[in-house]
Design a protein around this ligand. Structure first.
Ligand code: 9M6
Length: 240
């Protein structure tokens, strides 16, 4: 992957997003506005506009029992599962396999009334790093999706408005050691998920309309995705 012309950007943005996601776990006060809460899932946003366009940064924190961060990131990254959990995506295409853990996607989202249909071109990178808070514990797994401009697919030529996104799904895994050296089972697993996203919708849409769409779609999205992973993993061996 290091030979690919996008590698320097992919490496830099991935580390920046991981740092941002980890920092945001701490700063739960201040600027973030809690806008949705369902059980363990808490969703925050900041209201920001650029050129009259809503680009509210979003941060979601969720705690899921019975899966590892590696499993959550695998089901998020791997295109073969995408359409099974992504309800707002019409088509997803891998344009280029940059490496085993770096894919270039073209994704067409379903039209969400009253906004016009969107598409997105982005690289997706899955990576794990040691958890510096627990060196000999499970690593932190992350998937970063970041829009990229590719000449072969110019924006806004077809029916879709090209949206810009930077997304980071970061997962920390905690294992409650079972008594007297028994085997670790899924009951001993807890995964702490931090999902950060900044989406520029590309074309103008009424701020109140966009915020209503996000308020409705993001909680559904994260709940559907995490329930899908729990369901897929429950009768499979643990992937640490
Ligand atoms: O985490 S990902 O990388 C997963 C890869 O599939 C990702 C998540 C969400 C989006 C997204 C970006 C913009 C919009 C809007 C903007 C104006 C009209 C469509 C939507 C519509 C709102 C609905 C939506 C929101 C949240 C989750 C899913 N659907 C979704 C893109 C990628």
């Amino acid at each position: 992957a290091s030979a690919h012309h996008l590698w320097p950007e992919i490496d830099r943005v991935t580390m920046e997003q991981m740092h941002y996601a980890r920092m945001s776990v701490e700063d739960s006060g201040g600027v973030w506005q809690l806008f949705a809460e369902e059980g363990e899932m808490k969703m925050y946003r900041r209201e920001e506009e650029v050129g009259g366009m809503v680009i509210d940064p979003l941060r979601a924190c969720h705690v899921v029992k019975g899966v590892t961060g590696h499993e959550v990131c695998e089901y998020f990254f791997n295109p073969q599962y995408r359409l099974e959990w992504e309800a707002t995506v019409e088509t997803t295409t891998v344009l280029e396999k940059i490496a085993d853990d770096i894919l270039l996607f073209l994704q067409v989202h379903k039209r969400i009334w009253p906004a016009s249909q969107r598409d997105a071109v982005f690289w997706s990178h899955m990576r794990h790093v040691p958890d510096d808070k627990d060196q000999d514990g499970p690593p932190i797994w992350v998937v970063v999706n970041n829009s990229v401009d590719i000449p072969d697919l110019p924006a806004n030529t077809g029916k879709c408005v090209r949206l810009l996104l930077t997304v980071c799904l970061m997962c920390q895994t905690f294992i409650d050691p079972p008594k007297d050296g028994a085997k670790v089972t899924r009951n001993d697993l807890t995964c702490k998920i931090t999902y950060c996203s900044v989406v520029n919708p590309g074309g103008w849409a009424p701020p109140a309309v966009l915020r209503a769409v996000y308020k409705r779609e993001y909680p559904k999205f994260l709940k559907r995705f995490t329930n899908y992973v729990i369901d897929q993993c429950q009768d499979k061996p643990i992937l640490f």
